[in-house]
Design a protein around this ligand. Structure first.
Ligand code: S3P
Length: 443
């Protein structure tokens, strides 16, 4: 939630069976990318199913400050009059990415190539997140990027320039890093390549393909090159798998639940949680599989099931990186221990999510050991309601809400409005799916 400290708390009561159907808000990652490419396109781009969350709004406002005209229509449509690839103008003020790492890192890639000066800042959480991972490769393409502590922390001052292509071998599987470089590559002389250690989400690559931007993929390497224009496009954003994750886990844990989630994005670089849950014994059915704007989509059907402990690590982690908070709740309840390894990246998300999950799940009675790169959850916990802290992190707040719904007794969660980064009506959806489970915002 931006810089505002919200004192309110959300009270959650144990839920009876979750029944019915749910559609999810639009995918956050895809919405950011559509706003960026639409702003750089020639003509009017139409985006359906867009997420109206705080994070994507930050991207839109920043591009608006540089000349794009972005209009919200109805619940989830965006009309973007793009500036064309070389039409952005110097912003008159700093650009505030709020809580959104994707806004800051992807826009850094675009700004590195602009013939002007810009400053990107963010809220108290984002200003503590590392930016060297994008600043270093963008500098080697020719941009000047300054920041606090040797250029690693926001605010970032960016003086763009004529870029040259690089072949970048990324030490981390990060879609934000990959995407920043690919976006800069659209302006750079030569062919830009990015190689990652394992595959991170590939929405940028798919959207480049869908709108006709040259992109080639070979295993873990992706290539693009300079283009002169991007034609305006029409795109429909699928439901956010990361938003679905909370309801999948809640339905698995709450006896008697039967839930259908409609129109969920099923990009395989995002659905690692389904593999992890399957390894715990969960059977989640996918039906009506289709492809929308280059992204696979399906309806998911989930019913409550007994889960057992498992181990997750390696290449599975980037495929479920944002779902680990929800997964940890499932692991706390599952019979027997679960080990999460190779997940040190969680320490540099909106907050240190390993520390947050260990501390908050213990309040519910779970036995959790924190490790440098993951968690050991002993499992078999009968969650008991508690007063807990969202740490101002949307996904921690929603994971704790799932724990609260599955717990005995009442739970109260601090700063619940932080969910607006990615899922503004999360609390209303929870209430709708289990009427009476969410009580009130307590003053
Ligand atoms: C995102 C990539 C991931 C993810 C984040 C959104 C994106 O971050 O955790 O929520 O839209 O590209 P990293 O690229 O840092 O892994």
């Amino acid at each position: 939630m931006g810089q505002i400290s919200v004192k309110n708390r959300m009270r959650i009561l144990p839920a009876g069976p979750l029944k019915g159907e749910l559609t999810l808000p639009g995918d956050k990652s895809i919405t950011h990318r559509a706003i960026i490419l639409g702003s750089l396109a020639d003509g009017v781009t139409e985006i359906g199913g867009a997420l109206r969350g705080d994070d994507c709004r930050r991207t839109a406002v920043a591009l608006g400050a540089m000349g794009a005209a972005i209009e919200e229509q109805g619940d989830d449509r965006l009309l973007i009059r793009g500036c064309s690839l070389h039409g952005l103008t110097e912003p008159g003020d700093i650009l505030d990415a709020g809580n959104s790492g994707t806004t800051m890192r992807l826009l850094a890639g675009v700004l590195a190539a602009q013939p002007f000066f810009s400053v990107l800042t963010g809220d108290q959480y984002l200003r503590k997140r590392p930016m060297a991972r994008v600043a270093a490769p963008l500098r080697s393409m020719g941009a000047t990027i300054l920041g606090r502590e040797g250029g690693n922390f926001p605010p970032l001052g960016i003086l763009g320039s004529r870029l040259r292509a690089i072949d970048y071998v990324s030490p981390i599987a990060s879609a934000q890093v990959k995407s920043a470089i690919l976006l800069a590559g659209l302006f750079a002389e030569g062919e830009t390549t990015v190689t990652e250690p394992s595959l991170s989400r590939d929405h940028t690559e798919r959207m480049f393909e869908a709108v006709g931007i040259p992109i080639r993929r070979n295993g873990l390497t992706v290539r693009t090159r300079r283009v002169t224009t991007i034609p305006a496009f029409r795109l429909t954003v699928p439901g956010d798998f990361s938003a679905a994750a909370f309801f999948l886990v809640a339905a698995l844990l709450i006896p008697g639940s039967e839930l259908t989630l409609r129109g969920v994005g099923m990009n395989p670089t995002r659905t690692g949680l389904l593999d992890a849950l399957a390894s715990m014994g969960a059977a989640i059915e996918a039906g009506r599989s289709r492809v929308i704007s280059g992204e696979p989509v399906a309806d998911l059907f989930v019913r409550s099931q007994e889960l057992h402990g498992t181990e997750v690590g390696g290449a599975l982690i980037p495929r479920m990186i944002d779902e680990i908070p929800a997964f940890a709740v499932a692991a706390a309840v599952a019979k027997g221990p679960t080990i999460i390894r190779d997940a040190a990246e969680l320490r540099v998300k909106e907050v240190d999510r390993l520390a947050a999950l260990a501390k908050e799940l213990r309040r519910f009675g779970a036995e959790v050991e924190e490790r440098p790169d993951g968690l050991l959850l002993h499992g078999s916990c009968l969650l008991s309601g508690c007063e807990c802290d969202s740490w101002g992190d949307h996904r921690i707040a929603m994971a704790l809400a799932v724990a609260g719904l599955a717990a005995t007794g009442s739970t109260s969660i601090s700063d619940p409005l932080c969910v607006s980064s990615s899922f503004p009506d999360f609390w209303e959806r929870v209430e709708a799916i289990r009427h009476g489970a969410v009580d009130s915002l307590e003053g």
